[in-house]
Design a protein around this ligand. Structure first.
Ligand SMILES: [Zn+2]
Length: 248
């Protein structure tokens, strides 16, 4: 049985049906009704599956993405509960090690050390509000916490600004979104737990950008230094550096 989040079209209360913004009461009611449908209709059909999950998790990968409501990691990868260890924040940011002992760093260490994940995927997306804010710093003046958080993406803005000529003809937001993923992969590698397992070839890192409009994913190919479509043709683009040690 497939337990993944279904790909059914949006129904009552979801984006497509919501032409005008609903009031707070209706919004909450929709969420609670959704939970009740899950509990009475979905859950009973998959009881055994949830029972098996009840006491342990062994996720296939850690998935770090933006908090944007349009990005659902389990939906776009057709994953089931227990498959992905997900961490989300504004701008799919990974603070460099040692700067903030916050939720992202904690989740990375736990995923690598306690859960032993073999893959960490950093996934940006099209039309990202965080990336738009990075391009327009005054827009963050009334949001000091957002401004402070997104300083971890400043490196991407500088890279794009200083290399503008070589990305002529491409949408700046698109280039910035890709560069931000590359920057966060660099930050990811500063975490000792990640660095140690990358060096021994036990961990693989991936940088993706998902398009909301077309459902395409472009993945960073570190060897070629560019993003390539993640499709069924050819090899899967990899952002993992070459290992230097062999695990004994
Ligand atoms: Zn975003």
């Amino acid at each position: 049985m497939n337990h993944c989040i279904s790909g059914q079209s949006p129904s009552q209360g979801t984006t497509e049906a919501r032409t005008e913004s609903e009031n707070a009461e209706v919004a909450l009611q929709n969420i609670v009704e959704g939970f009740q449908r899950f509990r009475t209709e979905v859950f009973p059909q998959q009881k055994e599956f949830y029972r098996a999950l009840a006491s342990a998790q062994r996720p296939r990968a850690m998935f770090i993405t933006c908090a944007d409501s349009r990005i659902i990691p389990e939906l776009i990868t057709q994953s089931s509960p227990g498959d992905l260890f997900v961490t989300r924040n504004v701008g799919n940011v990974v603070p460099p090690y040692g700067q903030i002992n916050g939720g992202v760093s904690t989740a990375i260490e736990y995923a690598v050390m306690a859960l032993g994940v073999h893959h960490i995927i950093v996934c940006g997306h099209s039309d990202c509000g965080a990336m738009k804010a990075v391009m327009d710093p005054p827009s963050m003046e009334s949001m000091p916490t957002v401004k402070a958080w997104l300083r971890h993406a400043e490196v991407a803005r500088t890279v794009v600004e200083q290399n503008r000529c070589s990305c002529a003809g491409r949408d700046t937001l698109e280039v910035l979104t890709e560069e931000n993923v590359v920057a966060q992969l660099d930050h990811l590698r500063t975490h000792p737990s990640v660095a140690a397992r990358l060096a021994s070839g036990q961990l693989f890192i991936h940088g993706w950008v998902y398009s909301i409009e077309t459902a395409e994913i472009k993945a960073y190919d570190a060897e070629q230094g560019r993003f390539r479509p993640l499709d069924s043709e050819g090899s899967i683009p990899m952002a993992t550096p070459r290992p230097r040690f062999h695990q004994r």
